[in-house]
Design a protein around this ligand. Structure first.
Ligand SMILES: NC(=O)c1ccc[n+]([C@@H]2O[C@H](COP(=O)([O-])OP(=O)(O)OC[C@H]3O[C@@H](n4cnc5c(N)ncnc54)[C@H](OP(=O)(O)O)[C@@H]3O)[C@@H](O)[C@H]2O)c1
Length: 243
């Protein structure tokens, strides 16, 4: 199945942050295969030697600024996607109970999942066209929904994604003043087989909401292509998730 972003202009340009991750790499591949796409760029903390990716660490603002500056000559970009994020960090799994909390660890998770993407957005906005439709999506997670939290646990990850959602919603209001057709989205990709989910998801066949990255990427791009409500929180199937 081909992913075609039909609501973006012919020759649209795309950027994927976290392009070597499970979902990020699948998004890159699908965008590269879209005949309407005029070019796809990606970032990674340590790009593979053979790749054309730009080095960028979400926890290091100078690297963000340098990468976004380097991309200016290729712009404008009509779709920007942040596909980076962590659940476990430095071998430490997400917390099951209050007794597991460690402020330093939580601060690092928050820095990667929420603060870094916001600082990236600060620099990436300049890549967007002044007029016409464009989309800036960040991968969030359903567990970042406060209203939908029924199981508890995963304190830092949940809090970081809730913070990310608030930052995206807030930015959507500001960005709309200069770029009324820009759509900012926080997206839940479903549960996706990837290095991030591996410790928590049993191997097995796909089922609704449990997908291989290629399939999740196709679903996410379909949502990106059709979404019109800036500042919304959507799942892989296009449904709206409560905050
Ligand atoms: N997989 C799921 O089931 C699932 C469910 C809900 C939400 N999500 C969200 O989807 C996104 C992608 O997850 P995934 O499953 O594709 O995970 P993944 O395969 O582990 O990829 C995560 C990516 O994040 C990047 N990253 C980590 N720290 C970074 C930093 N400081 N600066 C820049 N990049 C950094 C990693 O880059 P390096 O290559 O440099 O290490 C990696 O490419 C995450 O935001 C995750 O929370 C995933």
């Amino acid at each position: 199945m081909l992913s075609t972003l039909s609501t973006l202009p012919e020759g649209y340009r795309a950027l994927v942050v976290g392009a070597q991750g499970g979902i990020g790499a699948a998004l890159m591949a699908r965008l590269q295969a879209d005949p309407r796409c005029g070019g796809v760029w990606g970032t990674a903390r340590q790009p593979d030697a053979a790749s054309q990716l730009l080095p960028m660490d979400l926890c290091h603002e100078p690297s963000i600024e340098a990468a976004m500056q380097a991309l200016r000559v290729h712009g404008p970009f009509h779709v920007l996607i942040n596909a980076a994020g962590v659940l476990s960090l430095n071998g430490v799994p997400p917390e099951k109970r209050l007794a597991d909390l460690n402020a330093e660890h939580m601060a690092q998770v928050l820095a990667i999942n929420a603060l870094g993407p916001a600082v990236w957005l600060k620099h990436a906005v300049a890549l967007l066209p002044r007029q016409g439709r464009c989309v800036v999506a960040t991968l969030s997670a359903r567990v970042g929904s406060i209203g939908d939290n029924r199981k508890g646990g995963w304190y830092a990850y949940r809090a970081s994604k809730a913070a990310l959602n608030m930052l995206w919603r807030t930015a959507a209001i500001e960005v709309a003043r200069q770029r009324p057709e820009a759509v900012l989205l926080a997206l839940h990709p479903g549960t996706v087989f990837s290095p991030l989910s591996k410790p928590f998801v049993p191997d097995g066949p796909e089922q609704p909401g449990l997908m291989h990255p290629e399939n999740a990427a196709a679903r996410l791009l379909a949502v990106i292509d059709t979404a019109t409500e800036s500042g919304s929180f959507k799942a892989w199937d296009g449904s709206t998730i409560e905050w």
